[in-house]
Design a binder for this molecule. Structure first.
Ligand SMILES: *[C@@H]1O[C@H](CO)[C@@H](O)[C@H](O)[C@H]1NC(C)=O
Ligand SMILES: *[C@@H]1O[C@H](CO)[C@@H](O)[C@H](O)[C@H]1NC(C)=O
Length: 272
C-alpha cells in the first residue's frame, strides 16, 4: 500500500498551500471581521483608521473644489531604474530599490519609492468609481508622504503595464507563503509613460488608505483619467486571493477639509 502515500502527501501539501495563500501576516481585509470599519480596532497602531479626521480616500466633487492657481503645475522628474514587482498580500505593488526620481509638492522634494494599484479606484470623482487607481508613493527626507493618484477606465493598453506583462503573469503563478511577500525582480522599468505633463489635478491632505492610515499625506489626484485594457486590470487582480481582489477602502468624510484644483488651461483667463 506504500504507493498511496505520495498522493496523500500531495493532498496535504496543496491544502497547506491554499490556506497559506491567505497571507496570514496581513491583519486587515476589505470585508467581514477585519473589514475597513474594523481596522481601527485590529491593532493599537491602527487607531487613526477609525479616529482620524483627515482620512483617505474621498469623493471629489468639482463644484466644492476651490481653484488655486498658486499651486502651480505638478513637477515630476522620474528616472528609469531597477524595481521589483510585489504581491504584498492585499495589493500588487512595484517597489524601487532606490529613489526613482522626485515630485515637487509645495516646494518640497519627495522621492518616488513605490507604486500600488487598487481595483477598483479608491477615490471617486463626482461620485464615479473607476476600474483601477494607481498610487505613486513619494517620501521626503524628513519622512513626509505625497501621493500622485491616476485613475484608469477601460480602453487602450497602458504602456507602463505593457512593459511588465510577463512578470505580472509570473507573479500570478508564484506560490505564496504565510509570512512572506511574493517578489519578482523587474530590472530597469521605464517611467516615460507615467510622467506625461499634468495640466489639471486635485490637491487635498489625507491619509494612507491602508492601515496604519497615517495622516498628513499630500494627495494629488490627476484630473486626466487614463486608459488600460480590461485584460490588464484582470492581470492586476490575478495574483490576489479572492477576498483582496476588491481592495478599495470606502470613501471617508471630508470633515471640513478643502480640496483645491489646479487647472493649467484656466491659467491665462482673467477673472470675470
Ligand atoms: C454640487 O453638486 C452636487 C451634485 O453633483 C449637488 O448635490 C450639490 O448641491 C452641489 N453643491 C453646490 C454647492 O452647488
Ligand atoms: C530639490 O532637489 C533639487 C535637485 O534635484 C535641488 O536642487 C533642490 O535644492 C531641492 N530642493 C529642496 C527644497 O531641497
Amino acid at each position: 500500500m506504500t504507493y498511496v502515500k505520495p498522493f496523500f502527501c500531495l493532498g496535504i501539501a496543496s491544502l497547506l498551500l491554499v490556506s497559506a495563500c491567505a497571507h496570514d501576516f496581513i491583519q486587515f481585509g476589505y470585508g467581514g471581521a477585519n473589514g475597513p470599519d474594523k481596522w481601527g480596532s485590529l491593532s493599537s497602531e491602527f487607531q487613526l483608521c477609525s479616529q482620524g479626521l483627515h482620512q483617505s480616500p474621498i469623493n471629489i466633487v468639482k463644484n466644492a473644489t476651490a481653484c488655486n492657481q498658486n499651486l502651480g503645475p505638478l513637477t515630476r522628474d522620474y528616472i528609469s531604474t531597477k524595481a521589483s514587482l510585489i504581491h504584498n498580500g492585499f495589493s500588487i505593488e512595484l517597489r524601487y530599490q532606490e529613489s526613482a526620481g522626485k515630485a515637487v509638492v509645495d516646494g518640497k522634494n519627495y522621492s518616488l519609492t513605490q507604486m500600488i494599484w487598487h481595483t477598483p479606484s479608491e477615490h471617486l470623482i463626482e461620485g464615479e468609481r473607476f476600474p483601477v487607481e494607481l498610487q505613486l508613493i513619494h517620501k521626503s527626507d524628513d519622512g513626509n508622504i505625497a501621493v500622485v493618484a491616476i485613475m484608469y477606465h477601460y480602453g487602450h493598453p497602458d504602456a507602463f503595464l505593457l512593459q511588465i506583462k510577463d512578470e505580472m503573469e509570473k507573479l500570478a503563478m508564484e506560490q505564496c507563503s504565510a509570512d512572506q511577500e511574493a517578489q519578482i525582480p523587474l530590472g530597469v522599468v521605464q517611467t516615460r509613460a507615467l510622467k506625461r505633463r499634468t495640466r489639471k489635478y486635485f490637491r487635498y491632505v489625507g491619509s494612507l488608505t491602508t492601515p496604519p492610515c497615517t495622516e498628513n499625506v499630500k494627495w494629488n489626484i490627476l484630473g486626466k483619467v487614463r486608459e488600460m485594457t480590461k485584460e490588464q486590470a484582470n492581470l492586476l487582480q490575478a495574483p490576489l486571493s479572492q477576498k483582496y481582489r476588491y481592495n478599495a477602502r470606502p470613501v471617508q468624510p471630508l470633515n471640513g477639509r478643502s480640496v483645491q484644483l489646479f487647472d493649467e488651461t484656466q491659467r491665462n483667463k482673467k477673472p470675470s
